[in-house]
Design a protein around this ligand. Structure first.
Ligand SMILES: C[S@@+](CC[C@H](N)C(=O)[O-])C[C@H]1O[C@@H](n2cnc3c(N)ncnc32)[C@H](O)[C@@H]1O
Ligand code: SF4
Length: 458
């Protein structure tokens, strides 16, 4: 793949990340009479039948200045214990409305830093899940971990509880970069804790990195990625730093160190991409990489890749997502529900036996069609509008009308060799994969006239 800087600059326009359709900033404020119980009960007869659970643990010990996640900095164990009490109540509340025959196929713990919780708290939540839900025979149980709070004993205990996917935020191996962004140091050398995890044959390991931070140079980043390769993780995520200081005020303080330009960022990504590709890692979506035998790579080859707020997954394991905890977003076939981000409101509501939903969106039939088209592009790198039309019992022209497709943009992308078009079949080229967000946006009628702000596409 030839990285043409001018092309990336030309198409580096603010575009949604499309982790949902419509994107989360289109969600509406929940009216007091919103019938959350009915929305959840109705999801029992929708697809997929499996249940995916997302658990949000917002706590961190120290704020990383680049952080774009929903976090709450605390050292107060009482605050955490109360939160876990509330989460257990929320699990019991949710279970009342879900069909007992439906099985959990996936649990994802995100944050914040879930492993900042004492292991007894993790156990309490897992016990509540086990007591309230049935599981498929080998569910995927994943946790995002910060290496500053991870001991070998903690890993052992997670494995005993059934965790089989661990993800570490490494971000960078340069001390200078990590100090500048106020990131806590790992408790054990990353090499040591990684090789400990790898002594368990069935645990899949992902490492997260970011590019676009102050003091990242091409040579320092090359060193970082080479160190990552030496660890041979199953997966890596190489995220473009999303600088959104109008939402995350603390990010502003990074500007004084000088942030890499779009061109420098692209070169950092190119360094990572080339090293990872040379070493056999398959790019998944825009920023994930997986070994060829990893199930994400296999799903990509079989066009069975899927995506939700927690990242890429396979159609086999994913269910409708039910999110627990502050800010969590549930993704059902017919609705999105987002919990309040406010700890106090969350606790008060759940303790009263009410759901703590603050935002929601009920996609209409047309939006579901658009969602499917965008997901096909973002996951499987191709979409057949004729097939979509057949599936919804419509004519292809009706689908083009619903999406208000930007045919001019598609012609331009064809000329730029981002896509190949054969009648109603659109396939992204290897070059076009890097422009998947803007290609997807050509099928998004909301992009034609909206005033919302998104991070840049690259
Ligand atoms: C919840 S954190 C992972 C667990 C743990 N809190 C940690 O930092 O190691 C999720 C990941 O999001 C990524 N991330 C956070 N803020 C970001 C931003 N502004 N732009 C891009 N990626 C970001 C980081 O790579 C981070 O590892
Ligand atoms: S990057 Fe992770 S550890 Fe740092 S503040 Fe964000 S969620 Fe917390």
């Amino acid at each position: 793949m030839n990285f043409e800087i001018e092309l990336f600059e030309k198409y580096n326009i603010p575009t949604p990340r499309y982790t949902s359709y419509p994107p989360a900033n289109f969600f509406k404020t929940a009216e007091p009479n919103l019938d959350v119980k009915k929305i959840i009960t109705d999801s029992n007869i929708q697809q997929p039948q499996n249940i995916s659970i997302y658990i949000h643990i917002p706590f961190c010990a120290q704020l990383c200045l680049y952080c774009g996640c929903n976090t709450h900095i605390t050292h107060n164990r009482e605050t955490m214990k109360n939160y876990v009490d509330t989460l257990v109540k929320e699990i019991e509340l949710l279970a009342k409305y879900l069909d007992k025959n439906r099985k959990v196929s996936q649990i994802h713990w995100g944050g914040g830093t879930p492993n900042y919780l004492p292991i007894e708290d993790i156990e309490r939540i897992m016990t509540a899940l086990n007591n309230n839900f049935g599981f498929i025979s080998s569910p995927e149980i994943a946790m995002e971990c910060h290496p500053a709070h991870l001991t070998k004993t903690y890993v052992d205990q997670l494995v005993q509880m059934g965790f089989n996917r661990l993800s570490f935020g490494v971000q960078d191996f340069s001390d200078k970069v990590l100090e500048t962004v106020n990131r806590e140091k790992p408790l054990l050398p990353i090499e040591e804790i990684v090789s400990y995890i790898q002594s368990y044959p069935d645990i899949s390991l992902n490492l997260d990195f970011i590019y676009g931070l102050p003091y990242q140079s091409l040579s320092s980043y090359e060193t970082t990625i080479k160190k990552a390769l030496a660890l041979h993780p199953d997966r890596l995520a190489v995220f473009s730093y999303a600088h959104v200081p109008w939402i995350k005020k603390q990010q502003k303080s990074l500007e004084k160190y000088g942030l890499p330009t779009a061109e420098e960022k692209l070169k950092l990504f190119k360094t990572a991409y080339e090293l990872l590709s040379k070493n056999n890692y398959q790019i998944i979506g825009l920023d994930h990489f997986a070994l060829p035998e990893d199930e994400l790579s296999i799903a990509l080859r079989n066009k069975k890749l899927h995506r939700n707020f927690q990242g890429y997954c396979t159609l086999e394991t994913t269910g409708q997502v039910y999110a627990l905890g502050v800010s969590g977003i549930s993704q059902m076939e017919n609705a999105y529900l987002q919990n309040t981000k406010d700890l106090k409101i969350y606790t008060d509501k759940i303790n009263k036996g009410e759901f703590a939903v603050e935002k929601y969106y009920i996609p209409n039939e047309n939006e579901k069609i658009i969602r499917q088209i965008i997901e096909e592009i973002m996951c499987n790198l191709e979409v057949d509008i004729y097939e979509i039309a057949q599936q919804y019992n419509k004519k292809t022209d009706e689908i083009y009308q619903i999406t208000q497709v930007d045919k001019e943009a598609l012609k331009t992308y064809e000329k730029e060799e981002f896509i190949r078009c054969k009648k109603d079949f659109y396939q992204l080229t290897p070059k076009g994969q890097f422009f998947m967000r803007i290609i997807a946006a050509a099928f998004d009628p909301q992009m034609k006239n909206n005033s919302k702000t998104f991070s840049k596409a690259l």
